[in-house]
Write a protein that binds this ligand. Structure first.
Ligand code: FPP
Length: 264
């Protein structure tokens, strides 16, 4: 559980009635069930400090740990992060290898701790071009995840992920099932199609956060973001902290969510 964060006024873990609470007084409604984050700005953070870009990713991985822990403490059920896109292979070999090494390090630690910490870990994306060792680790975490309770906190890491690619892979699988006589085209509706996506069984994110001043979706969760609220901040991902997440959640609660309907 989170330690006392009284001095900063940050949110404390949810109480039995599901509301989150600031130590310094006021009650806030429960946080979104699913938060998704584009972890952007690692390279600029490093460059500003005269460091190699890889140092930015290392700092970004630590921020991921910190924010995942905070989400879990707040009672957020799912956190989905964009770790490596289908376009990121265009980066230098050094940078790609550094990101893969960070993921491997994280997974090696996770396989030992996720049962103890009740953290489920799941991957979105096409794992086929990922190095065998990392792929095997991802399979291992999936197996551990299967044993954990569905009520436990779940982090989804998007690796070699692109929203368009995810939709194409889903469409291909549905078409293959039709060709095999297991499905009929007229059965396809939003619920059926969602079941073919990497996010099958996971509710859509209510809040998508992009740090670093950029305001684009960059091929992230194209299907799942249909009704998401967006929160942008100039803070670079390695500097993103619990107070910034509090601000994002507060901004989310201030929005008027109508889902295409009218205000009551
Ligand atoms: C985007 O910032 C960040 C990435 C492409 C990599 C994100 C990867 C990690 C944080 C490390 C591994 C993650 C986990 C879950 C352990 P950028 O490099 O595009 O930044 P820039 O726009 O400032 O150049």
């Amino acid at each position: 559980m989170a330690e006392n964060r009284n001095e900063t006024g940050r949110l404390t873990p949810p109480r039995a009635n599901g509301t989150a609470r600031r130590e310094n007084g006021g009650s806030l409604p429960a946080p979104p069930r699913h938060i998704a984050i584009i972890m952007d700005g690692n390279g600029r953070w490093a460059t500003k400090r005269g460091l190699p870009r890889t140092a930015g990713h290392k700092a970004g991985a630590e921020t991921f740990r910190k924010i995942a822990t905070y989400c879990k403490d707040l009672g957020v059920k799912y956190l989905t992060v964009y770790a490596f896109s289908t376009e990121n292979w265009k980066r230098s070999e050094t940078e790609v290898s550094a990101i893969m090494a960070l993921l491997k390090k994280y997974l090696l630690e996770a396989v030992d701790t996720m049962e103890r910490d009740h953290i489920r870990l799941h991957f979105f994306g096409d794992m086929s071009p990922i190095a065998p060792e990392l792929r095997a680790l991802a399979r291992e975490t999936d197996e551990i995840t299967e044993h954990l309770s569905k009520d436990d906190f779940q982090a989804n890491v998007c690796l070699n992920y692109g929203g368009r690619d995810e939709i194409l892979r889903a469409a291909r699988r549905f078409a293959a099932n039709c060709a095999a006589g297991k499905r009929r085209p007229e059965e396809l509706d939003e619920a059926v199609f969602s079941g073919y996506l990497d996010s099958a069984g996971i509710p859509d994110p209510e809040l998508i956060i992009r740090p670093s001043g950029e305001q684009r979706l960059s091929n992230f969760l194209l299907w799942q973001s249909a009704y998401a609220e967006f929160y942008y901040t100039d803070t670079l991902w390695p500097d993103f902290d619990e107070a910034e997440l509090d601000r994002a959640i507060a901004a989310y609660h201030a929005r008027d969510r109508r889902f295409g309907g009218v205000k009551k």
